[in-house]
Design a protein around this ligand. Structure first.
Ligand code: CA
Length: 235
């Protein structure tokens, strides 16, 4: 029988008890887990094994997490491997964000294991979506033109004032006409790496997008009980 390979996660964390919790729970969830308590060794493991994701502690005794992150993200061989930083609350997470080292997400200690695993999966999904190919830079449909570079939407040649969230939602939908997006998926698209948006907010944002599309509002279709999709064009 053909067996689908598990996704591999490398965990670099010097505190044995946290490492054990992560290893146990990730393995329970079906991931192959490789651990290192040292930074140098962890970096080597990532370079050799090219995992699907790295969970990286910030404060390590030898080589710190920021340096590991910087090296992985500046090497073409490893730059596409998603990195999730594990930091102490407050200052450390500010540092991670402030440096813009290209970590794909971060979580603060003490963390809830369920939340951490959900975030790991979200990062993996985003990475998979990115591999499938970046969406078109410019999408034109009936009287609507969506320009991803300029972050602009023209409706019958007139600039429509969309918020960042509205733009991201419309762009995600219009990039894949006919594909149904659940509210969770749209939330991920809308958020980027920012904070949680409440489920019902998606409906509000979509309502607002439709309003701004004017006579083309019906291009954004509701799929009852599931979510939304952008209407497929028959040509
Ligand atoms: Ca540590």
């Amino acid at each position: 029988m053909h067996q689908v390979a598990n996704q591999k996660i490398i965990v670099v964390e010097d505190e044995a008890d946290i490492l054990e919790v992560l290893e146990f729970n990730l393995a329970q969830d079906g991931f192959d887990v490789v651990c290192s308590q040292e930074g140098e060794k962890g970096l080597e493991l990532v370079q050799q094994e090219k995992p699907d994701l790295v969970l990286l502690d910030l404060m390590l005794p030898d080589l710190n997490g920021l340096e590991i992150c910087r090296r992985l993200k500046s090497d073409a061989a490893t730059q596409d491997i998603p990195i999730m930083m594990v930091t102490a609350k407050g200052k450390e997470s500010d540092i991670v964000l402030g440096l813009g080292l290209g970590a794909d997400d971060y979580i603060t200690k003490p963390f809830n294991v369920g939340e951490l695993i959900a975030r790991v999966k979200a990062v993996l999904r985003r990475a998979a979506a990115a591999r499938e190919g970046a969406p078109a830079k410019r999408i034109v449909c009936q009287g609507i033109a969506i320009d991803a570079d300029k972050h602009e939407v023209l409706v019958d040649g007139q600039l429509a004032e969309l918020t960042v969230t509205e733009f991201r939602l419309l762009h995600a939908l219009a990039s894949a006409p006919g594909r149904v997006f659940t509210r969770d998926q749209l939330m991920e698209q809308a958020m980027g790496d920012e904070v949680i948006v409440l489920d019902r907010n998606i409906d509000v944002h979509i309502g607002s997008v439709r309003k701004k599309l004017g006579r083309y509002r019906d291009l954004v279709e509701t799929v009852w009980g599931v979510g939304y999709r952008f209407r497929e064009q028959d040509d």
